[in-house]
Design a protein around this ligand. Structure first.
Ligand SMILES: Cc1cc2nc3c(=O)[nH]c(=O)nc-3n(C[C@H](O)[C@H](O)[C@H](O)COP(=O)(O)OP(=O)(O)OC[C@H]3O[C@@H](n4cnc5c(N)ncnc54)[C@H](O)[C@@H]3O)c2cc1C
Length: 505
């Protein structure tokens, strides 16, 4: 049994736990939280470690990006979610190493011992070897990404409102979304609603009809993982909202203000002030680190290939769950999808299994219950495939809303989301349209003296919030229309195109 570092040397909360096994859970997402919950009444001491102090409900990030709900509606502090359990301590930190021989993990520069280790650090985005595109096209994985996307969309509309040239306005009203899976489609529908609503109601100079949203995907249809009928219904709904689909297309190059897409009919260049990336997912790097120090294998996406009980070969005390794992012990032999329900079910199973081992009870078997899949297309329209029962339109949306309210943790979030959705349904208004993130206006300088837009490099080390748009406008001015007319509009600072491109890095 592990030695001296339980709970950072604190006394156990209950005497019976003094010699209880120590379960370290790394990652407080769907999987990690459900491991802790399933171990609530077990005689174990749990340390939950996450590099964020909150659990994030990623399926609703697109609603944060488009101002429908705010950050607090989709996140819940881990101390509230699992920290209240008497046998659980929550620690903030990034686990950087695993030492399976010594049964230790390293985080915040120190080594801590475990008896059971659950790795559930999820996945991040990948740009398929083009990391330099990351700053031009934010992905959507964490809260900061969602807020950066919202900032770029709102900044572009604010700029368009002040732009006399109709072509430059068209550029500012154009959005490219890379990826036409559930995240891409949800994003496209929500961006269309946001821009049309904002332009019809809140901006005086902008023509909603000039909004252009292009979804790019290598496939020949949207939502390829869904049955064709639902994919067709989704496409029709998105087209009604003015979304264009550029199928069989792969992004070849990207720079501020322009995306070049290779298609069977040749390259297509799209000038757009805002580009959003929903295309690639890659498992957290902890999987690879684990593989380097054990005999376990990782698949092409960096997921750890696990045994039927989510352990790795030769290490029954190490379990890997959620997006970080590749679990193929299913009836059809296909790996579980990287989705919330498999992560949640795996987490619950692992917790129950460890509880059974510790209590010397018969161990459970894991079997995955597939509820189906769904994607929402606007604030009253979704497609759902629930174990063969297919719905689209309003009924699809009601089912989608119900499932998401059940899945999201915390009653406060459920109530807040329900109110905001009903409000949006009735009034079409959006609750969270604030353009925030101006560090110069609240950190380094006195608010009264702060510049707008902030100058590149001004203030603390985070990038100027308007830098991405400025770089796109620089490109448009110099390369598309060939003169710096629109540049002048943005150029209240002395930064050049190079400065602003550098600032968004
Ligand atoms: C935009 C978007 C939309 C989605 N929509 C849907 C949907 O509609 N339906 C659906 O079923 N699924 C959806 N998913 C997928 C779903 O969110 C994931 O499958 C699920 O979150 C995976 O859960 P997890 O516990 O494995 O990882 P996560 O929920 O990603 O949690 C991982 C946790 O680990 C922490 N962490 C990472 N590295 C470390 C480290 N080294 N040390 C400490 N902590 C670390 C992170 O901070 C995070 O809290 C969506 C995902 C995204 C990004």
């Amino acid at each position: 049994m592990a030695g001296d570092h339980y709970f950072l040397e604190l006394d156990p909360p209950e005497e019976r736990l003094r010699h209880a096994p120590h379960v370290v859970v790394v990652g407080g997402g769907f999987a990690g939280v459900h491991v802790c919950k399933a171990l609530k009444n077990a005689d174990v001491r749990i340390t939950m470690i996450d590099k964020r102090n909150f659990n994030l409900f990623q399926p609703l990030l697109y609603q944060v990006s488009t101002g429908l709900v705010s950050r607090g509606d989709v996140a819940l502090p881990l101390r509230e979610l699992v920290g209240a359990q008497s046998n659980t301590q929550v620690l903030l930190g990034e686990v950087t190493q695993v030492n399976p021989e010594g049964k230790q993990i390293v985080f915040n520069g120190k080594a801590y011992s475990y008896d059971y280790l659950v790795l559930a650090t999820g996945s991040g985005s990948t740009f398929f070897g083009h990391e330099d595109w990351r700053t031009f096209a934010p992905p959507m994985k964490i809260l900061e990404h969602a807020e950066e996307i919202r900032r770029r969309l709102l900044m572009a509309m604010e700029q368009a409102e002040q732009t006399p040239d109709p072509e430059a306005r068209q550029f500012l009203q154009t959005v490219v979304i890379v990826g036409a899976g559930p995240s891409g489609c949800e994003m496209a529908g929500a961006v269309s609603e946001l821009m049309r609503w904002a332009m019809e109601n809140a901006f005086k100079q902008l023509d909603p009809e000039k909004t252009r949203i292009v979804m790019v995907d290598p496939g020949d249809r949207v939502l390829r993982a869904m049955p064709e009928g639902l994919s067709e219904a989704a496409m029709q709904s998105l087209q009604k909202d003015g979304v264009e689909f550029l199928g069989k297309g792969r992004v070849q190059t990207m720079r501020p203000g322009e995306v070049t897409v290779g298609t069977p009919d040749g390259d297509v260049r799209i000038q757009a002030a805002t580009v959003i990336w929903t295309a690639g997912v890659r498992a957290s790097s902890l999987g690879k680190k684990l593989a380097d120090v054990t005999d376990c294998e990782v698949d092409r996406g960096g997921r750890v290939i696990v045994e039927p009980d989510f352990s790795i070969p030769g290490h029954p005390e190490i379990r890997v769950a959620g997006d970080l794992s590749s679990y193929s012990h299913t009836t059809n032999g296909k790996p579980l999808p990287g989705m919330a329900a498999p992560a949640k079910q795996a987490g619950s199973f692992i917790g129950k299994d460890i509880a059974a081992i510790v209590a010397d009870r018969p161990r459970p078997n894991f079997s995955y219950f597939d509820f189906g899949s769904m994607a929402v297309l606007d604030r009253s329209n979704a497609v759902t495939d629930l174990r063969g029962l297919k719905f689209s339109g309003g009924i699809g949306w009601i089912l989608w809303a119900f499932v998401h309210l059940v899945l999201i943790p915390g009653w406060e979030n459920r109530i807040s989301l329900s109110v905001k959705w009903v409000f949006a349904l009735l009034t079409q208004q959006r609750a969270s349209m604030l353009l925030t993130g101006m560090p110069s206006q609240h950190l380094a300088l006195d608010a009264a003296d702060a510049h707008f837009p902030m100058q590149a490099g001004e203030g603390p080390s985070i990038a100027a919030p308007d830098a991405a748009l400025k770089a796109a406008m620089d490109y448009y001015s110099h390369h598309v229309i060939g003169h710096p007319q629109t540049q002048e509009l943005m150029d209240t600072s002395e930064g050049s195109a190079t400065d602003s491109a550098a600032a968004i890095k």
